[in-house]
Design a protein around this ligand. Structure first.
Ligand SMILES: NC(=O)c1ccc[n+]([C@@H]2O[C@H](COP(=O)([O-])OP(=O)(O)OC[C@H]3O[C@@H](n4cnc5c(N)ncnc54)[C@H](OP(=O)(O)O)[C@@H]3O)[C@@H](O)[C@H]2O)c1
Length: 246
């Protein structure tokens, strides 16, 4: 699918959590496909480095916005201001966090901080970024929103309870939003990856991990074809195994 045909050729893409892993891979892949990129993450140094790589390797324009998505809704005015005047064709709501150890709810370390941090980073970020960017897409009757859910949203996952539930939220929100705005020219896609080789999964054994750049390339080829995807055939097979294991 030529994403340029789905949005405007001069459009910017906005990617949250863009300094590593899947977000960085989406940013590179979209720049390779001809789009300019706004990178949003918490470390300015890493943002500048990824922006320089994209400009050098793909010859596209970049902007960077430093933001810690564990913060509350009042922090989003900074993003709204920084995006003022930019024509945004694609929003990739990718940022997400989890703790790697499988733990029961009451055993989560520093739970008073962990709960709001995770809810803000995994859920609020998608809602607020959508609230900021969707109006201009609706006005142009064109746009794509890609929301990063997870394989763990497909069934209740003990020992990853809050993270998995946050990804169910993203998946259900995305599909409902797609239902509301598809007739207005907006595509909303929910992506439910299995294991992608990133910092988040670094401590896990191999378990069929896919390189992030391969994942981004294949998953982006599904935009416009389906509103809910595992991203790749390998991950679709892993999903089928999860269903069989039920
Ligand atoms: N990897 C997988 O197998 C997998 C599977 C299913 C779903 N997912 C989902 O895919 C998305 C990306 O995951 P990933 O594996 O690529 O993760 P990752 O390698 O840990 O990268 C996360 C990105 O988000 C940024 N980030 C993290 N917390 C942030 C915060 N509080 N404020 C601002 N930026 C923050 C990180 O910045 P820094 O560079 O500063 O850390 C980094 O750029 C997440 O939503 C995750 O839940 C991943």
């Amino acid at each position: 699918m030529d994403l340029g045909q789905l949005v405007l050729s001069a459009s910017f893409v906005v990617v949250t959590g863009a300094t590593a892993g899947i977000g960085k891979a989406y940013a590179h892949e979209l720049a390779k496909r001809g789009l300019n990129v706004v990178l949003i993450s918490r470390s300015l140094e890493k943002l500048k480095q990824v922006a320089a790589e994209i400009e050098e390797q793909h010859g596209r324009s970049t902007r960077v916005i430093q933001m810690d998505f564990t913060e509350g809704s009042e922090s989003y005015e900074l993003i709204r201001d920084a995006l003022q005047g930019l024509e945004i064709g694609i929003l990739v709501n990718n940022v997400g966090m989890t703790i790697l150890q499988p733990l029961c709810f009451l055993d989560l370390p520093d739970i008073d901080k962990y709960i709001p941090d995770l809810v803000n980073c995994n859920i609020l970020s998608t809602l607020k970024m959508t609230q900021i960017i969707l109006p201009q897409m609706v006005a142009r009757k064109k746009g794509i929103i890609i929301n990063m859910s997870s394989l763990l949203a497909r069934r209740p996952i003990p020992l990853q309870q809050i993270y998995a539930a946050s990804k169910v939220f993203i998946d259900v929100f995305s599909r409902a939003l797609d239902g509301e705005y598809r007739s207005k020219g907006i595509i909303v896609q929910s992506v439910l990856p299995a294991f992608v080789d990133t910092n988040m999964t670094a401590k896990y054994a191999e378990c069929g991990k896919i390189p992030a750049d391969v994942f981004a390339h294949k998953a982006l080829n599904t935009v416009g074809l389906t509103n809910r995807t595992s991203g790749t055939l390998k991950h679709s097979i892993q999903v089928s195994l999860v269903w069989v294991a039920r």
